[in-house]
Write a protein that binds this ligand. Structure first.
Ligand SMILES: Cc1ncc(COP(=O)(O)O)c(C=O)c1O
Length: 345
């Protein structure tokens, strides 16, 4: 059988020849001792792309978010965060474990929290209440299948935050996808937040790395948190070179991933027991609702695997396909063929 068509995540990509050449050629130094020139270059370029004073290179998106949380909060504080957000759902309780903060979670419409509900959730200055320290937003919103949260929603939340003198952190792991899909500059979204994380190891295709960006004042505190978490690395220019290559060369091509995700939804929507309306696919994630008498999500994923297609079963009723640099039209056709065979369609 051919190599598997791997739709489990946009993190499964392997660096191509040009990225590997950039990594091999990277000028490096000890970043902790006297600085790594390639890390400096990446941080400056990412900060410019996001419209912030500066950025810090860290190994992962989780660390980028947690550095920001640590820089904005004190133990006993509370953060306001969307219910399905990565920060609260998929970071193993890091906010509580590392920083001693609790989360109050709000529901949303495809990642867009109601600004008035956010306002109403901010705690009064009262000795019995925790201090609300931070509002967290996410772009794109993974929990609702990579939706692009409207700029107007973020602007309304940012206005509430400014009015109450609260900072906003944006988990922008897939902000580049949102920028490409919406046609709006990443800076427009980033301007709604005081700190922004951005991952290079997802749709942008680098092997490792994220940044967290913000004002110089924020970065001073963030640097201390990164140090405490062990995220300040030595000759990390080798990693930064891959990330820099990704930022320079792999942003515009995200449109191909988005088109492929739509094509995949068209191929699967309406097959017996499957629903994934193509109009709900905004970027590179496709959530497929499974309602079949013979298969739940896990059983279907297992059958797909027999046909060389790897996909995540998020729950008994939901499969998730993610498109990326290393899958193409032929892989989508393989999914369509496999689905028809499995479902006798
Ligand atoms: C929205 C979002 N934020 C943060 C992360 C964390 O990134 P990492 O896996 O690099 O820690 C992910 C990972 O999938 C994500 O989807």
């Amino acid at each position: 059988m051919n190599a598997a068509s791997d739709f489990r995540s946009d993190t499964v990509t392997r660096p191509g020849a040009a990225m590997r050449a950039a990594i091999a050629a990277a000028e490096v130094g000890d970043d902790v001792l006297d600085g790594d020139p390639t890390v400096r270059k990446l941080e400056a370029r990412a900060a410019e792309w996001l419209g912030k004073d500066g950025a810090l290179f860290v190994p992962s998106g989780t660390m980028a978010n947690q550095v920001a949380l640590g820089a904005w909060t004190k133990p006993g504080d509370e953060i306001i965060v969307e219910r399905e957000a990565h920060v609260v759902r998929w970071e193993a309780g890091a906010a509580g474990f590392l920083h001693g903060v609790q989360s109050v979670t709000l529901s949303s419409v495809r990642g867009a929290m109601d600004p008035e509900e956010v306002r109403a959730t901010i705690r009064p200055d009262f000795i019995h209440c925790p201090r609300t320290a931070l509002i967290c937003i996410e772009q794109t919103h993974m929990g609702s299948g990579g939706s692009v949260v409207p700029l107007a929603n973020f602007e309304a939340i940012a206005a509430v935050a400014r009015e109450r003198k609260l900072p906003v952190h944006m988990d922008g792991a897939r902000l580049a996808n949102a920028a490409v899909a919406s046609g709006l500059a990443a800076q427009r979204f980033a301007a709604c937040a005081d700190s922004v994380s951005l991952c290079f190891s997802k749709g942008l295709g680098a092997p490792v790395g994220s940044v967290v960006a913000g004002s110089n004042e924020f970065l001073q505190r963030a640097k201390v948190v990164r140090k405490r978490l062990g995220g300040w690395m030595r000759q990390s220019g080798l990693l930064a070179a891959g990330a820099l290559y990704a930022l320079e060369h792999h942003v515009e091509r995200l449109a191909d991933d988005h088109a492929l995700a739509k094509a995949l939804a068209h191929a699967l929507h309406g097959l017996p027991g499957l629903a994934c309306p193509p109009e709900s696919v905004e970027t590179n994630l496709v959530l497929v609702q499974v309602a079949h008498a013979d298969f739940d999500g896990a059983a279907l994923a297992a059958r797909f695997k027999e046909h060389g297609v790897l996909v995540s079963a998020l729950s008994p009723r939901v499969l998730r396909f993610v498109t990326h640099l290393d899958v193409g039209r032929a892989d989508v056709e393989r999914v369509a063929r496999a689905a028809k065979t499995i479902l006798n369609a």
